[in-house]
Each structure stands twice: as structure tokens, then as C-alpha cells.
Design a protein around this ligand. Structure first.
Ligand code: NAD
Ligand code: IPM
Ligand code: MN
Length: 323
């Protein structure tokens, strides 16, 4: 699902790279996004939903959402997360050659992806506007289980729970306590208030290992963290439920550069690699892509034609390093 804007430029690159390491990959292209809404009346048409369910895995580019209310419209990515129960959003950030401002960052943000303020339950009488924020015990348990799964998979040992339980003791207290109770004792668990976590994200990002947090805090902290990985053009993510996963670059449709051929496709490429790593259990193939990305980054590319230049550099590197 290329979606809107630069999604249409970066997803073909990610698919070509996936094919280069996994020639037997079968793909089907489906509409999703604002353009899909205008054409079909739904940001994620029913057929797209059933196709993702049938495939078990999806790759999404970006959606261009208006910042005002449009009757009947809800962001495609939010719709997918909700309808497919993609309740975890895994956002790894590692230092990469030449593009990262520091060399020692290696963290995974596990963002709760289904509740919090993202239930979008708002009301307003024009004088007072209220948004409800939902935290459930079962939602907190399942995101904690995902955090454990991620830590076990990648041999990580320390989990930081990020919350604001000093101001929101009922909701964030429930989140914090429920997550804590789920984590096996051989892991180290600590916690941070989100404002202090933001300070540390700026000043000492290398001290983070794995973080787990509620939906909006995870949204904000993961953009800040992406700075250390080289910026939004390099930040991958995986929306992950029990049966289905949709990989997606953290960035949006980038209307300021869409159509210019300048978009960095590496966030999409690294997102596709997350399908190999997390979902298809092919860490060997994911590592080949990650190594190709690192080697392509060794020679900085100009903005002009960056999308196409990056694709050919990646495919050439993967071809040369074929085992
Ligand atoms: P954005 O991520 O689209 O762009 C932010 C800045 O980063 C822009 O200057 C852009 O040019 C740059 N950028 C982003 N990705 C890049 C890439 N791959 N290569 C080079 N530069 C890149 O965020 P925005 O401008 O705040 O939002 C634009 C639209 O995208 C909005 O409609 C927003 O709702 C939507 N959005 C969608 C998603 C998603 O689909 N998951 C995420 C964020 C924003
Ligand atoms: C993200 C994006 C989305 C979010 C938007 C596009 C709804 O910012 O994937 O981080 O807020 O979750
Ligand atoms: Mn975001």
C-alpha cells in the first residue's frame, strides 16, 4: 500500500529490495490513504483490509491527512491499526554511519498502538473541548507481552516504562503497574516520567535499551528518537498484532518534497526488513538489508534523484554480496 505523497516513491524501492533477498515473495498492491478515500469513500477500503488479513503482512507508505475534520474520514494508518488489532508499534532506533549525530544509540521503543488518546473520543460545545484517554488492564498486559517478546528476540535486558502517573494515577498508574507485573524477573525494569524521558532522549539517548509507553507518548518520543537514527528518512516501524503486521516508515507523506524524486527510501526499506526480522523469522535476510543500508550510507548521496540513486546502490550492494 504505497498510500499518498512520497509513499508512492519509497514503497516500490522497499519492495524491490525485499524481492532482491526473497525472490519468492508474492505481493499484491492495494489502495489506502487520502487518495483512496477520495476515490472509494474509505481510507482503507474493505477489500484492502481483507487482503492484508489474507496476506498476514503489509507494507504501507504514508497517508496525507487533512488537519481538520472531514465527514467519514479517518486516517488510513489509524484505521488499519484499529481494524487489524495492530496493538503494538515497534520503533527501533540505531546509530547509522554518516547520518546519525552520535554513534552509540541502540534502542527499541515499544509504543502501545490501540488506546490512550488515540481512541479519538472528543467532544466540544465550542467552549469546552474534551478528549478521553483510555487505558485498560488487558491492553497494558498485551503491550507488555510484546515488549518481553521483543527483548527476548533481540537479547535485550532492560525495560524502561514511560508514563505520567504523577498526574494521571488512575490511567498511567494502571499502565505502569500492569506492565511491571508482566515482566519476568530476569529483566531489569525501571521507569521514567515522560517529561524526564524526553530530556534523556535529547541528552543521553545512549542510555536507553527498550522502552514501553502509551500511544501518544510513544508517538512523540519516537520522532525525537528518530533524530539519533539519522532523521525521519531513516526511521522504520512495525505495527504488530497477534496475527498480522503492517510495516511502515515513521515519516508521513512529505508534501514539501513529494513528486521530486528526493525522498529517502531507507526508512521504508528498513521497515520492510522488520517484516523479515519480526514476522517471517528471517533475521539473516533482514541483516543483509541492514548491512546494505549501512554500506550505501557510507557514500553520501545528493538530494537530487535520491530515491532512484539509493535504490540502485542498494540493489548493486545486495547483488555483490549475495551469499
Ligand atoms: P512528514 O513526515 O511527512 O514530513 C516532515 C519533514 O520530514 C518534511 O520536511 C519532509 O520533507 C521530511 N521527510 C519525511 N520523510 C522523508 C523522507 N523519506 N526523505 C526525506 N525527507 C523526509 O510529516 P508532516 O509534514 O508533519 O506531515 C505530512 C502529512 O503526512 C500530514 O498529512 C500527516 O498527517 C501525514 N503523516 C502521516 C504519517 C503516516 O502515514 N504514518 C506519519 C506522519 C505524518
Ligand atoms: C505515526 C504518525 C501517526 C500517529 C499519524 C499519521 C496518525 O504520526 O505513525 O507516528 O500519530 O500515530
Ligand atoms: Mn508520529
Amino acid at each position: 500500500m504505497p498510500g499518498d505523497g512520497i509513499g508512492q516513491e519509497v514503497i516500490p524501492v522497499a519492495v524491490a529490495v525485499l524481492r532482491a533477498v526473497l525472490p519468492e515473495l508474492e505481493t499484491v498492491e492495494m489502495p489506502a490513504g487520502w487518495e483512496a478515500f477520495e476515490k472509494y469513500g474509505a481510507s482503507v477500503p474493505a477489500e484492502t483490509v481483507t487482503t492484508i488479513q489474507a496476506c498476514g503482512a503489509g507494507l504501507f507508505g504514508a497517508v496525507q491527512s487533512p488537519a481538520y475534520k472531514v465527514a467519514g474520514y479517518r486516517s488510513a494508518i489509524l484505521t488499519m491499526r484499529q481494524e487489524l488489532e495492530l496493538y503494538a508499534n515497534i520503533r527501533p532506533v540505531i546509530s547509522l554511519p554518516n547520518v546519525s549525530p552520535r554513534a552509540d544509540v541502540d534502542m527499541i521503543i515499544v509504543r502501545e498502538n490501540s488506546e490512550g488518546l488515540y481512541i479519538s473520543d472528543e467532544e466540544s460545545d465550542g467552549e469546552t473541548a474534551i478528549a478521553r484517554r483510555r487505558i485498560t488492564k488487558s491492553g497494558s498486559q498485551r503491550i507488555a507481552r510484546k515488549a518481553v517478546e521483543v527483548m527476548e528476540k533481540f537479547g535485550r535486558s532492560r525495560l524502561t516504562i514511560v508514563h505520567k502517573a504523577n498526574v494521571l494515577p488512575l490511567t498511567d498508574g494502571l499502565f505502569r503497574d500492569t506492565v511491571r507485573a508482566q515482566i519476568p524477573s530476569h529483566f531489569t525494569v525501571d521507569e521514567l516520567l515522560v517529561d524526564v524521558a524526553a530530556l534523556k532522549m535529547v541528552g543521553a539517548p545512549q542510555t536507553f535499551d527498550t522502552l514501553v509507553t502509551t500511544n501518544l507518548f510513544g508517538d512523540i518520543l519516537s520522532d525525537a528518537a528518530a533524530h539519533w537514527g539519522g532523521g525521519l528518512g531513516l526511521a522504520p516501524s512495525l505495527n504488530w498484532g497477534d496475527a498480522i503486521a503492517v510495516a511502515e516508515p515513521v515519516h508521513g507523506s512529505a508534501p514539501d518534497i513529494a513528486g521530486k524524486g528526493e525522498a529517502n527510501p531507507l526508512a521504508a526499506v528498513l521497515s520492510a526488513a522488520m517484516l523479515l526480522d519480526y514476522v517471517w523469522d528471517r533475521p539473516d535476510l533482514a541483516a543483509r538489508i541492514q548491512q546494505a543500508v549501512a554500506s550505501v550510507l557510507a557514500t553520501p548521496l545528493p538530494a537530487k534523484n535520491r530515491t532512484a540513486l539509493t535504490q540502485s546502490a542498494l540493489l548493486q550492494t545486495l547483488g555483490e554480496n549475495h551469499p
